[in-house]
Design a protein around this ligand. Structure first.
Ligand code: FMN
Ligand code: SF4
Length: 208
């Protein structure tokens, strides 16, 4: 769809999906992996890292025009919350809040705002046992710095590159043989069949 769809179209679309009666829950997302990837991730675009995984013929092009072509947006925690609120107000279906959920405070905030689930991508790529540790200590901070250099690793084996540099709490973490994208975590008692309890995980890749 040229120009994408915005909230004025996304909200009625969510209402149609609810009326259809076949959805258990909706997961929030934004942007386009091809046309505007950093709108979903926020933060810096890893242009050089993308160039390195491209075939030599287009590597130079990515290096030369990548910075100009890929628009960036500042990162902040829970960055899709404002938009997701508008969907939350319009439908009764359980909603999975996604985007910059990194700590217990972010999860608690999502619960307070009426979201039944949160999905966590990069924070769990950085530290796969983060949810369990947050359960034990609600003040546990995430070690993910949202540098986004894990993005191009989806072509070579998805991993957190900082883990490779030995800066994690465990040397084995941060690597995923499958395409780990986001893990849905139940933030509050919900009614989604097959729901994932807080300390376990399930892929929530939308494949985009
Ligand atoms: C390495 C990596 C690969 C990803 N690949 C995909 C993908 O193939 N399809 C998709 O819809 N989202 C993909 N995502 C996006 C995540 O599902 C998620 O929407 C995004 O990371 C924002 O959540 P976060 O702030 O918790 O990381 C990927 C994310 C990362 C970090
Ligand atoms: S490379 Fe690691 S620290 Fe950087 S954004 Fe990805 S998961 Fe977070």
């Amino acid at each position: 769809m040229r120009g994408g769809s915005w909230l004025d179209e996304a909200v009625p679309f969510a209402q149609w999906l609810e009326a259809d009666g076949t959805c258990d829950a909706l997961e929030m997302t934004a942007g386009s992996s091809l046309l505007n990837p950093m709108y979903l991730f926020k933060g810096d675009a890893p242009v050089e890292e993308f160039a390195q995984v491209m075939p030599p013929a287009i590597r130079l092009g990515v290096r030369t025009v990548g910075k100009r072509l890929i628009r960036t947006y500042p990162y902040r925690d829970s960055y899709l919350l404002e938009d997701a609120r508008q969907v939350r107000a319009a439908i009764g279906l359980p909603i999975v809040l996604l985007g910059g959920i990194t700590d217990r405070a972010g999860i608690d905030r999502a619960v307070r705002e009426g979201f039944e689930y949160v999905a966590m991508g990069r924070a769990l790529l950085r530290e796969p046992d983060l949810v369990a540790r947050m359960e034990a200590d609600a003040t546990t901070p995430s070690l993910c710095i949202h540098c986004n250099t894990c993005m191009p690793t989806k072509f070579t084996g998805t991993r957190c590159v900082l883990v490779d540099r030995g800066t994690t709490r465990s040397a084995d973490w941060g690597q995923s043989s499958s395409l780990l994208c986001a893990t849905a975590v139940r933030a509050s008692p919900g009614r989604v069949p097959g729901a994932v309890p807080a300390a376990a995980g399930a892929d929530a890749d939308s494949g985009g």
